[in-house]
Design a protein around this ligand. Sequence first.
Ligand code: UP5
Ligand code: MG
Length: 190
Amino acid sequence: AKQKKVKIVFVIGGPGSGKGTQCKRIAQQFGYTHLSVGEILRQEISSGSETGSMIQKIMKEGKLVPSDVTVRLLQQAMQGINSDKFLIDGFPRNEENVKAFEDLTKMEPEFVLYLDCPQDEMEKRLLSRNEGREDDNVETIRKRFKVFMESTLPTIEYYESKGKIRKVDAGKSVDEVFESIKVIFSQGKD
Ligand code: UP5
Ligand code: MG
């Protein structure tokens, strides 16, 4: 059989910008396999492994898990799924993540969807989410915002310089945001 080229789209945006919400819709409409890196890390916590307890401490502080751990778990998840289109939600978060992913997988994203949302709106969403996430309290949420601004914004600039950023205004309703996203994914089709 002919070897299929795997296509990857990264989805980044601040905490509560709507990554998970929009990725579900994109996956459904455009046939991508949705992988949330936060979910993959939370599964590792649930497994009760030593790595899991290390991850739990870091997440509770709103900090970033070391790249080698994150990328290894992400690559394992990708290898376990027979798909040629992956939507990677919540990754990469810093420049070290980018480098580790490129080094280990030798792959680059087709483009990077950036959900740009005002911070007060993100905070409001997270505080009313009620999914029992250990990092959804005001104190940790503020730390997550800080990490986003200090570490993740520079990676957005990096992809911007490569012409790979597709930015949408994520402060609108779920339907309105998805309308803008649909335009981008329809253009991406070959
Ligand atoms: N909602 C969504 N869209 C809305 C809209 N347009 N209007 C009104 N409400 C909207 O949405 C959040 C809430 O808002 C929901 O209740 C939703 O209904 C509503 P959601 O789609 O869940 O937003 P999302 O961007 O996915 O928010 P999330 O909290 O998941 O983002 P984070 O980036 O904070 O969380 P993630 O799970 O990706 O990462 C968690 C932690 O894992 C990180 O802090 C870090 O410690 C660690 N991590 C790493 O270390 N490395 C990684 O590579 C990834 C994660
Ligand atoms: Mg999410």
